[in-house]
Design a protein around this ligand. Sequence first.
Ligand code: SIN
Length: 324
Amino acid sequence: MANTPPHLLLVATGGTIAGRAAHAEDNLGYRAGELGVAELVAAVPALAGVPLRTLQLAQIDSKDMSHALWQALVRLLAAELARDEVVGVVITHGTDTLEETAFFLQRVLAPAKPVVLTAAMRPATSLQADGPQNLVDAVTVARTPGARGVLLAFAGQVHAGDEVRKVDAYRLQAFDSAPAGPVALVEEGRVLPLRPWPQGQALGAALCDWPLARWPRVAWITSHAGFDAALVDAAVAAGFDGLVLAGTGNGTLHAELEAAADRAAQAGVALRLSTRCASGRVVGDLARSRAASAESSAAQARVALLLDLLAKAATPSTPSSISA
Ligand code: SIN
């Protein structure tokens, strides 16, 4: 847009950062996604004077994140990041599926500008509200010269979007990106880089234009004591295209799940092996029919497999292609 000065775009999608409880002492009995983006900004005096354009894209609890919203987000970001005057984007999001959205956006867009997600573990009404500081930090990171890629600014740390995972259900320090760790810290308004900003080959926003109804169906199934193979057989019968199998250790699967996975592979279902362990990824090539996921969490592995299958479906020259 001609004559529009450089600015950040702040996109709100809901989450606890926009949550409201009846009492300030109540950190649990609240509804996520209640405060609008204008209220979020108004609550943070430090943002006054920052050139910021706001947009309320959604107002959800991120446990209900959908592929439709990811598609809308990708289209929005692709258009906005192409504008010279948009120097970066901040996205407020719930913590629960944030790692999936961040991984998805980094793989699809690998943006040369910063796209900084942020969130909160306490609602906006809480005595312990962490959202305002996280929002200020996210804006600081998004205005940092040289910053790029999809990032999470949270609790004083900046994580790469394709490495971060939620590691705690309640505490304020809820995210980690082991083994590499944060790419930067934010201390009193200063960004201290620790390692290079995320780079990568973008799959391209056009991939997400594939009709939603035809997006591959990919589920993740965890191995456990007393595993019942009926779950896998039902997924195959229901027409799932891909399954991520989260093993008990280094990709180890219950014998019932092993046998069901072989049946699924024979039926043409794409399989990826991951781990249910809190950290680490599957090391080595363990099974003929099941590639070990390069990603460190089953949540990331599911998104990676979804994108692989989407790329196959949406590429016209691929034999498995479906015409739109
Ligand atoms: C959500 O993910 O939207 C709710 C939980 C949170 O943001 O911490």
